[in-house]
Design a protein around this ligand. Structure first.
Ligand code: THU
Length: 155
């Protein structure tokens, strides 16, 4: 387990970007803000924040927003994603646990990792940046179904 101080400079930068994205979360229903940032092989960073909807099931996770931003820029070789979450509801403000990608996000991250060929590192933090875990998407979604099952990937 790491904290912000003992992250590499690159991971610190990525997590700080995720934290800045979290500030733009649109989460009026869950009152739970999530920010994500992806780094691509070209060393660019794309941000995402969760975006909820009055039709609750339509909400979009921060990770998906960040991955879509990279793809839309034509820069889909994602090598790492940082995720951070924070409760905004007054009674839960002291909740400070690590926010890991949800199941759907894991599937979408796995796809990106198989397409890029190098997998994706996942770095996930609590709101106060005191507990940070770093792992691989293939560990978070073992034996996952992905593009490797459907197409030949050169990389
Ligand atoms: N959320 C994310 O943005 N990413 C995750 O991996 C977990 C959940 C969002 C969805 C919803 O807007 C809020 O957090 C509470 O579930």
């Amino acid at each position: 387990m790491k904290n912000r101080k003992n992250l590499s400079a690159a991971d610190k930068e990525l997590m700080d970007c995720a934290l800045s994205a979290l500030k733009n979360a649109y989460a009026p229903y869950s009152h739970f803000a999530v920010g994500a940032a992806v780094r691509t092989a070209t060393n660019r960073i794309y941000l995402g924040a969760n975006l909820e909807n009055a039709s609750y099931g339509l909400g979009i996770c921060a990770e998906v927003a960040a991955i879509c931003a990279a793809n839309t820029a034509g820069d889909f070789n994602i090598i790492e994603i940082a995720v951070i979450g924070q409760s905004l509801s007054p009674e839960n403000l002291n909740m400070d646990s690590i926010v890991m990608p949800c199941g759907r996000c894991r599937q979408i991250i796995l796809e990106a990792g198989q397409v890029s060929g190098g997998g994706v590192k996942v770095i996930a933090s609590n709101a106060s940046l005191t507990m940070i875990s770093k792992t691989d998407i293939e560990k978070l979604l073992p034996y996952g179904f992905g593009p490797r099952n459907l197409m030949r990937l050169d990389k």
